[in-house]
Design a protein around this ligand. Structure first.
Ligand code: URA
Length: 235
């Protein structure tokens, strides 16, 4: 059970006082009954709450999978580019989601967004060792990549040298490969490929742990995941 005004506030229907006014004005119903007490205890799992006649979409936790297009920033806000969080539309734009492992502006593919801090942590914490899979397009043919499988020296986001943990590398063509890494340093795949004298010209994340990007999602599209899918991402 939770207070109606808290529930609507969490879902960004307005400030406490806006919601109080809306309730007093008869704009909120619970199971079809107009409510006058903003502090009413409701069970959003079982009651049908409506605001201005529109059903209120309630989730405690929301888990979304997005196919991030190129040119979209993995952020909540940005002054120049469109953001992944900004692509979310009603009702998901009512949730304060974070991105579980960002992708560069020019990288495409699987993004997971959630308001569940525990899941976020379990996906991005290096200790959790969740492998992320990337399909990589290279500038030059891939020759010796054994160094990637042992560890290469790259600069991290703070320009400090860092030895990468072993990556799993699988050539998929003359100038393409699949790389799995359990870390997420700044520009990590690009910097690892640079460290072996090559260059990334295309990068797409296709999996986080055992969670693979839904092939029916066009670039920019997203969908809610059920908890079983979430568990695949956190192993
Ligand atoms: N590695 C990169 O270099 N960029 C990404 O976006 C993800 C991994």
């Amino acid at each position: 059970m939770m207070r109606l005004d808290k529930l609507l506030g969490n879902l960004k229907y307005g400030s406490r006082s806006d919601i109080k006014d809306a309730v007093k004005d008869g704009r909120v119903t619970v199971d079809g009954i107009v409510i006058s007490d903003p502090g009413l205890d409701v069970n959003p799992e079982t009651s049908m709450i409506a605001f201005d006649g529109e059903p209120v979409f309630y989730r405690k936790w929301v888990y979304l999978m997005m196919n991030k297009p190129k040119g979209v920033v993995s952020a909540n806000e940005d002054s120049i580019h469109p953001t992944a969080v900004g692509l979310l539309q009603h009702p998901y734009d009512r949730f304060d989601v974070s991105i579980c492992g960002r992708l560069d502006l020019d990288t495409e593919g699987l993004l997971v967004l959630t308001n569940d801090g525990d899941v976020l942590h379990r996906i991005i914490s290096p200790k959790a060792e969740v492998f992320k899979t990337y399909e990589v397009e290279l500038k030059s043919p891939l020759h010796d990549y054994s160094q990637l499988e042992t560890g290469v020296r790259i600069k991290d986001g703070k320009e400090q040298y860092y030895i990468t943990l072993p990556a799993q590398v699988e050539p998929t063509g003359e100038r393409t490969c699949r790389i799995r890494i359990s870390e997420g340093k700044f520009h990590q795949v690009k910097r690892m490929i640079e460290a072996i004298g090559n260059e990334v010209v295309g990068l797409r994340r296709t999996a986080i742990g055992g969670l693979t990007l839904d092939p029916t999602l066009a670039p920019g599209a997203y969908r809610e995941m059920d908890y079983e899918e979430v568990l695949r991402a956190i192993g």
